[in-house]
Design a protein around this ligand. Sequence first.
Ligand SMILES: NC(=O)c1ccc[n+]([C@@H]2O[C@H](COP(=O)([O-])OP(=O)(O)OC[C@H]3O[C@@H](n4cnc5c(N)ncnc54)[C@H](OP(=O)(O)O)[C@@H]3O)[C@@H](O)[C@H]2O)c1
Length: 348
Amino acid sequence: MGSGQTVTVFGAYGHTGRFVVAQLRETGFVPVLSGRDADKLRALAASDPGLEVRPASIDDPASLDRALDGVDAVINCAGPFAMTAAPVIEAALRAGLPYVDVAAEIEANLDTFTHFADRAHAAGVVIVPAMAFYGGLGDLLATAAMGDWTAADEADIAYGLSSWHPTPGTRTAGAVSGERRGGRRVRYTDGRLEYHDDKPTLLKWPFPEPMGTREVIGEFTMADVVTIPSHLSIREVRTHMTTEAARDLSAPDTPAPAPADENGRSDQTFLVDAVVRSGGTERHAVASGRDIYAVSAPLAVEAVHRILTGRTRTIGVASAGEAFDAPDFLRALSPHISFELRPQQPVS
Ligand SMILES: NC(=O)c1ccc[n+]([C@@H]2O[C@H](COP(=O)([O-])OP(=O)(O)OC[C@H]3O[C@@H](n4cnc5c(N)ncnc54)[C@H](OP(=O)(O)O)[C@@H]3O)[C@@H](O)[C@H]2O)c1
């Protein structure tokens, strides 16, 4: 796939960064290991000899320029992205390189669209924020489900996670986002983001078998409320989360994900049901797989591969669903993700 093209991974030694490095290797790219801690980078390189190490700090633009010098693309896996996205995007723009990140932070993703759309477009550079499980996959599914529709009344993305053992990075990102919104909740309604203090509601969500109907926390808002409306004309976009997974995330003593197979994936599984509704009709796209962190790696690497082979539909800042042919992208992720478009049906 990569034919020796080089990709700097910023945040290479983080939990997700390691999966991205491994995926790049496996698909024929040459990862360049970057991040703020030279010792951790060297330790990672020691376990994977031959890889180049280029320490860099978000406070030092020259170090970021060195990290990106002569490479073909950059994937940013270092969060909180409220801090890291802008400096790494600035470096990518200086170098004229495609930039992909795995940010799951609603406000940080919005900032990327708001602050960089014009400059990235003018520079002819592709920037894809949230190119990961949250933000990326839901957007690809909603886009695939739309098919020939150009607009819909509403979209719901229901996350059926068996459990959610969060990494330290997830917890920090949640804390930073929570602070930015003053502890309030957020939803996307009537065509805009709205901050509110309504209590969470519990719903029964009819996931496809074998999962079946499960309790979810309604409007457990994830980055899809930025990515989907960035290019699809849908005024109500909601995301929901299985109650067990939401509880795992909020409990302070839930352990970090533990490797359970030879690829380092945990045994946690997911099923994502994306539904779009227009008039009296609904269309579903469904994805399932294992380990939300590990699966972010094929999502990000497939994005880089498509950008570098000219298979993008736009330039500038674009979400996954806008940048790529969504059904084709999702099919290409097999065997990491099983993907199914279900027959159109009356609204249930
Ligand atoms: N959208 C999604 O579905 C999705 C999927 C996976 C991950 N993520 C996001 O990706 C981020 C990383 O997650 P993770 O699971 O890999 O967490 P992790 O294992 O805790 O790794 C966090 C990484 O970020 C680095 N980092 C933190 N602050 C930094 C800064 N100011 N400058 C440079 N590097 C910094 C850390 O370096 P140090 O060790 O030096 O602190 C570490 O390499 C989180 O924000 C998470 O929410 C999103």
